[in-house]
Ligand binder design. Structure first.
Ligand SMILES: Cc1cc2nc3c(=O)[nH]c(=O)nc-3n(C[C@H](O)[C@H](O)[C@H](O)COP(=O)(O)O)c2cc1C
Length: 367
């Protein structure tokens, strides 16, 4: 059957992926309250459409941090994409480029920085960084991203250790022996993700051994000074941290709860967005991921002040269903859907979207 929405790809991906990979991709942490909230919160926002406004010429192009994009959506960093398809991160990056999106490559990728750069040279790419206990290793990754023409460093700040994803613990999640974390190919200790046995997730074991959980805001000065690339912080959920991000010299932030995979019961990203936009929206590029599944979600996030949004799992579902082509289909569906949302809400271009075009459902319940 023709797939017409992200959900259709998800349903097919659920049949195609093995349990180890599927549970790793779809899970959230703890009771998965935040994972579910990321979707529920969007459903509680109503669009207030304006009518009789010429929408014959829809234009969704934008410029984000100096990069011209065909539309305001990119692909979030997700680890180990060869679990979904043998073409892995390269296919995802190529699809992003073909549909005019940004691709963010995870530190924990199954294709290296250099491989992705050579497969998808024309895609706008950012590199997502985790800070390793071995700072020289961390510094080398930043240099490699610079040399491979990545255009920003996205530092993920919500993962000093990994959240308790119960299915991965039950499954004893491990990266299959034919796959490696490709950015560390020559370093055996940093390239494999193996469970310690029953009742442990290999990725949690890996992160506890390798990531630097001592990281604080003071270390950010080191990172900002280290590279000529702009620094974007991913995982901001409060206006307090957004203000600190501005103080340390970051160029942007991604409001995110890691797709509900870190600390459970934190707000949905879309719930956290308004306080952050209010605090720093004039000074930093505020972006968002978490729960975006259709054009209306993109519209709502932009109305609440995000400049661009990102999707994680939808791209993985596309990858599982058909490699590069599958991701392109997902992105094209989202793009078309967003154009329709824009037109039906009475907007011709992104700057026509305003905060008063959305309202929380409670506004209407009071009537
Ligand atoms: C399977 C999977 C792996 C992920 N790996 C990373 C990662 O390596 N680095 C990171 O910063 N975020 C990672 N994330 C979080 C995503 O970047 C993003 O915040 C989240 O997927 C957005 O929510 P969505 O899946 O609802 O679109 C991962 C998410 C998933 C689902």
């Amino acid at each position: 059957m023709t797939r017409v929405c992200v959900e259709d790809f998800e349903k097919d991906a659920l049949r195609l992926l093995d349990k180890n990979a599927l549970d790793y991709y779809r899970s959230g942490a703890g009771e998965q309250l935040t994972l579910n909230l990321n979707r529920e919160a969007f459903k509680k926002i109503r669009i207030r459409p304006r009518c009789l406004r010429d929408v014959s010429n829809i234009d969704i192009r934008c410029n984000v941090m100096g990069i011209d994009l065909k539309w305001p959506l990119g692909i979030s960093p997700t680890a180990m994409q060869k679990l979904a398809h043998s073409d892995g991160e390269g296919a995802n990056a190529l699809a992003a480029g073909n549909v005019g999106s940004i691709f963010i490559l995870s530190t924990l990728s199954t294709m290296s920085i250099e491989e992705v750069a050579s497969v998808a040279p024309n895609t706008n790419k950012w590199f997502q960084l985790y800070v390793y206990k071995d700072r020289s290793l961390t510094e080398k990754m930043v240099r490699r991203a610079e040399e491979a023409s990545f255009k920003a460093i996205v530092l993920t700040i919500d993962a000093p250790i990994f959240g308790q994803r119960r299915s991965d613990i039950r499954n004893g999640f491990s990266l299959p022996s034919n796959l490696r974390l490709a950015n560390f190919q020559s370093l055996q200790a940093a390239a494999g993700v193996q469970s310690d046995g029953e009742g442990t997730s290999g990725i949690n074991v890996y992160v506890a051994r390798q990531f630097d959980a001592t990281l604080t805001w003071k270390d950010l000065a080191w990172l900002v000074k280290l590279t000529r690339l702009p620094i974007i912080l991913k995982g901001v959920l409060t206006h307090e941290d957004a203000i600190l991000a501005r103080e340390v010299g970051c160029a942007g932030i991604i409001v995110s709860n890691h797709g509900g995979r870190q600390i459970d019961t934190v707000p949905a990203s879309i719930e956290a967005l308004p306080e952050i936009v209010k605090a720093v929206g004039n000074d930093l590029v505020v972006m968002l991921d978490g729960g975006i599944r259709d054009g209306n979600d993109i519209f709502k996030a932009l109305a609440l002040g995000a400049k661009v949004v990102f999707v994680g799992r939808p791209a993985l579902w596309g990858l599982a269903c058909g490699g590069q082509k599958g991701v392109e289909e997902v992105l094209n569906i989202l793009k078309k859907d967003f154009e329709i949302s824009l037109a039906l809400a009475g907007c011709q271009k992104l700057s026509d979207i305003s905060g008063d075009m959305v309202a929380h459902e409670s506004t209407y319940a009071k009537l």
